[in-house]
Design a protein around this ligand. Structure first.
Ligand SMILES: *Cc1c(COP(=O)(O)O)cnc(C)c1O
Length: 459
């Protein structure tokens, strides 16, 4: 379906016959002036790239403001978890508006620890989206539960809440909504479903720092919320993660679990020397917490910049035929934009494949990617099902891989992963408006020359 012409398009059209008219349009004038120059040959066909400048680097580190506490920690010799980790946990809990936070080695172990301490494991089914990072699904398998995939809503890139209930069985114990790409999943609807069916919610907020629905931060809706602070993430520590919750008993158990099952808090007991629950070790370090505290200072400002740039970029590309940017649910008051996603329709690009489009866009100086592959049909699942732990717990027909693949088909997600999704990374959204204009201009240039590009790639 063709979209109606926006005012911008209209002005651009009229400007072809009278540039003078454009000059009265105020702020938008420069953009059109830029766009009008853009009639050249695509870079992939030997023309000038739209952009030769680089993009903001990642992670950002300012020795003048960031290093003092890190160096203090390094020189103190107290490197294993102590007061700086406590401080980071307190700050993160305050920042997102929740009672407790436990820092972990990474987001993966935040998920595993949460699932374990909510007693999710052998014999349980956990509803998950296929459009996520692999760690979401691996966490479910690591505790011995079976992931049940619910298809993606391609407009929002999130789990399609309307398709959750049909996947609920007597074995379903939990849902893991993932706020993938930093865009909130439809939590009001998902919480309703969870309440109706008495299911546990563990939010994978590993890409959703400071994102909000109705001014409530993601990670604070479910029984537990999990975060990642890995190097590429919007709050980067290198490696790191956190569990947040308002449930003291649960958080005390998580603490104990992450510290070999040593006693912790009221619930787990305070007698030392005894190991009271089965635990493991996934503690973070003092210097990681010091890095986290330094990074936390810039998260608010960066989140605003990303949001503003994402909204602006969306407005600049939404009318290009064949480009369908992400949609947010109406309840979303803030998104984190770990990535900027849109769908690419090759029909509107004279049949130029997504791969060809990505190549051409990269040649214009715009880094981009096709994003996630389909996670609901890969060999790691069968590998888990063939393990002793699974074989002893589940009936054979439940672990039959062909049957599993059949039950877990996600056609919308297949199309998104295999044909349509395109991403820009969060660091590009830290640039300027003129950087966003470059992106829009490059896409338009490829759109205009799509046929020629397709032909040249055939050779
Ligand atoms: C990064 C990520 C994780 C895992 O976090 P790590 O810190 O890398 O272990 C889990 N889920 C999602 C959606 C992620 O993006």
């Amino acid at each position: 379906m063709r979209k109606k012409y926006s005012r911008r398009k209209f002005v651009k059209q009229s400007s072809l016959t009278g540039i003078g008219a454009v000059l009265t349009m105020g702020k938008t004038t420069n953009l059109f002036a830029n766009r009008l120059q853009d009639t050249g040959t695509p870079a992939i066909l030997g023309g000038q790239p739209v952009r030769t400048k680089g993009w903001p680097g990642w992670p950002i580190w300012d020795p003048a403001t960031d290093e003092e506490q890190v160096i203090k920690v390094l020189r103190s010799g107290i490197w294993s978890r102590a007061t700086v980790v406590d401080e980071f946990e307190k700050k993160w809990a305050e920042t997102i508006g929740i009672k407790r936070c436990l820092a972990t080695t990474n987001g993966t172990y935040a998920l595993i620890t949460s699932l374990r301490q909510l007693d999710i494991g052998a014999g349980d089914e956990v509803i998950v989206p296929p459009y996520t990072f692999i760690a979401t699904i691996e966490a479910v398998l690591m505790v011995g539960a079976i992931p049940v995939f619910v298809d993606t809503n391609p407009a929002t890139f999130q789990i399609d809440a309307d398709k959750i209930e049909e996947k609920i069985t007597s074995c379903t114990r939990a849902i893991i909504p993932v706020h993938i790409l930093g865009l909130p999943a439809d939590m009001p609807r998902i919480m309703q479903i969870a309440k109706k069916h008495n299911l546990i919610i563990v939010e994978d907020a590993c890409q959703a720092w400071l994102a909000e629905i109705n001014h409530q931060k993601m990670g604070t809706f479910g029984h537990a919320g999990c975060f990642s602070f890995q190097n590429s993430k919007n709050l980067p520590i290198g490696e790191g993660g956190a569990i947040v919750s308002n449930d003291d008993e649960f958080m005390d158990r998580c603490f104990s679990f992450h510290n070999f099952g040593r006693p912790y808090g009221k619930v787990v007991g305070t007698v030392s020397g005894e190991y009271v629950i089965l635990g493991t070790k996934c503690r973070t370090t003092e210097y990681q917490a010091a890095i986290g505290l330094a990074q936390l200072k810039r998260l608010e400002g960066q989140t605003t910049t990303r949001s503003e740039n994402a909204e602006y970029l969306k407005s600049q590309i939404r009318d290009i035929p064949g480009i369908i940017p992400y949609e947010l649910y109406p309840s979303v008051t803030r998104a984190a934009f770990h990535l900027f996603p849109f769908r690419y329709k090759k029909e509107e690009f004279q049949g130029l494949s997504r791969e060809g489009f990505l190549k051409a866009l990269t040649a214009e100086g715009i880094p981009c990617s096709s994003g996630y592959a389909t996670l609901n049909n890969m060999p790691y699942l069968d590998n888990a099902f063939q393990s002793k732990n699974f074989q002893k717990v589940y009936p054979k027909e439940m672990l039959d891989f062909n049957g599993y693949l059949e039950r877990n088909q996600c056609p919308e997600n297949d199309r998104l992963c295999n044909e349509e999704a395109v991403w820009f990374s969060q660091r590009m959204l830290l640039g300027t408006r003129s950087d966003m204009n470059d992106i829009a201009m490059a896409i338009e240039k490829i759109n205009k020359n799509a046929g020629k590009i397709r032909e040249s790639l055939k050779k």
